[in-house]
Design a protein. Structure first.
Ligand SMILES: NC(=O)c1ccc[n+]([C@@H]2O[C@H](COP(=O)([O-])OP(=O)(O)OC[C@H]3O[C@@H](n4cnc5c(N)ncnc54)[C@H](OP(=O)(O)O)[C@@H]3O)[C@@H](O)[C@H]2O)c1
Length: 334
């Protein structure tokens, strides 16, 4: 059967998506971005991946977040995205903001991991080939490498921009002190950091507590939150056991050991608060992050179009009363 050609929805910028400026930059990002860490690999169907990507763009999601190792298998999420790029998204390249990263284990031997110039340069070339792209919009150092001089990693990022292979650069999961030096190096070399990417959700408040959010703002960078639903824990997914098709059951990074009785109690209490607000727990968890203007965007994962639609509904109510905030605090401290 010949597939019909994809045509993006004409009302894609009128369907409720809002855009926020990333730090002190010219870039506006959708409040909800889509990540391809899980659900887009070669263990997933291409048709399903396409459906989610098309739907996301049709709803105004212009930002897609990838990394060299996303899959499984490693590299396969970028390959999937490359196929969609070729078959559907090519005419829309200038409407898309695409990121990738290097820094975690990718290929065997000493050069397929961490933050050397050799590793970053080679990895980005591989990513561009897999994704059928000439450049990415933002290239991240995926994690801080304590053994490579920070200057080497940062100079590689600067040179990648000079080579035209990335328009902007970002930092992911850098500890405060290392981030401080990285921001400074990049600024002094006229390639200011666009985005800091960190794990931030109701179950992990570290970016706020460790002043990473404030630090990003002070350095003119946006903050973009990953795993905003704690990989699915902050949803109604696990209220009644572990569904067969869930991330926990599929045996990924989220283990059943994360679902302790205390965590389940917290999930149930938060779920009740969300229902009283007229939201699902997923919607409330995203809205809670987006109430803070220091958060530029949240990168959600989604294993179905329905989940994506649910997550997008979060944008309809990101206001919280004092009472609701107090109830949420109490639920988290139990
Ligand atoms: N920089 C880094 O080191 C780093 C690390 C991790 C992630 N990230 C980025 O952040 C992105 C998102 O991470 P994540 O996948 O952990 O995000 P997440 O949004 O916290 O979790 C996504 C999972 O939650 C479940 N879910 C999503 N929406 C739902 C809904 N409305 N109702 C019920 N369940 C729902 C799905 O689980 P099921 O699959 O069980 O349906 C989905 O796979 C990644 O794709 C990646 O781009 C970056």
């Amino acid at each position: 059967m010949i597939e019909p050609l994809y045509q993006a929805a004409e009302n894609r910028y009128l369907s409720g998506m809002k855009y926020r400026r990333a730090g002190h930059s010219g870039i506006l990002l959708p409040e909800i971005s889509l990540g391809l860490w899980h659900n887009f690999g070669d263990v997933d169907t291409l048709a399903g991946s396409k459906r989610k990507l098309h739907h996301a763009f049709d709803c105004g999601i212009t930002h897609f977040d990838l990394a060299n190792n996303y899959g499984p298998s490693e590299g396969s999420a970028e390959k999937t995205f490359g196929q969609v790029m070729k078959s559907s998204f090519a005419p829309y390249r200038d409407e898309l903001f695409i990121s990738t990263k290097a820094g975690h284990d990718m290929w065997p031997g000493p050069y397929g991991t961490w933050g050397s110039r050799k590793s970053l340069m080679a990895s980005l070339d591989q990513s561009l080939r897999r994704m059928n792209l000439e450049y990415v919009d933002v290239f991240y150092s995926h994690r801080y490498d304590p053994d490579t001089p920070l200057e080497e990693t940062m100079q590689a990022l600067v040179d990648i921009v000079r080579q035209g292979k990335a328009l902007y650069v970002g930092l992911s999961k850098y500890p405060y002190e290392a981030a401080c030096r990285a921001y400074q190096y990049l600024r002094e070399h006229d390639v200011p950091c666009l985005l800091y990417q960190g794990r931030y959700n109701l179950f992990n408040l570290a970016p706020a507590e460790e002043h990473i959010l404030e630090q990003a703002r002070e350095n003119g960078a946006g903050f973009i939150a990953f795993s905003p639903l704690a990989q699915g824990l902050l949803t109604n997914r696990y209220l009644n056991g572990i569904p067969e098709d869930s991330r926990i059951a599929r045996g990924g990074f989220l283990k059943s050991s994360a679902l302790t009785p205390e965590v389940l109690t917290r999930i149930r209490t938060l779920n009740d608060i969300a229902l009283r607000r007229g939201q699902t727990l997923a919607e409330m968890a995203l809205a809670w992050l987006l109430k803070d203007e220091l958060v530029t965007s949240v990168i959600v994962g989604a294993s179905s179009v329905e989940q994506l639609d649910d997550n997008l509904k979060a944008l309809q109510n990101t206001d919280f009363s004092e009472e609701e905030l107090k109830e949420i605090d109490e639920a988290l401290s139990k």
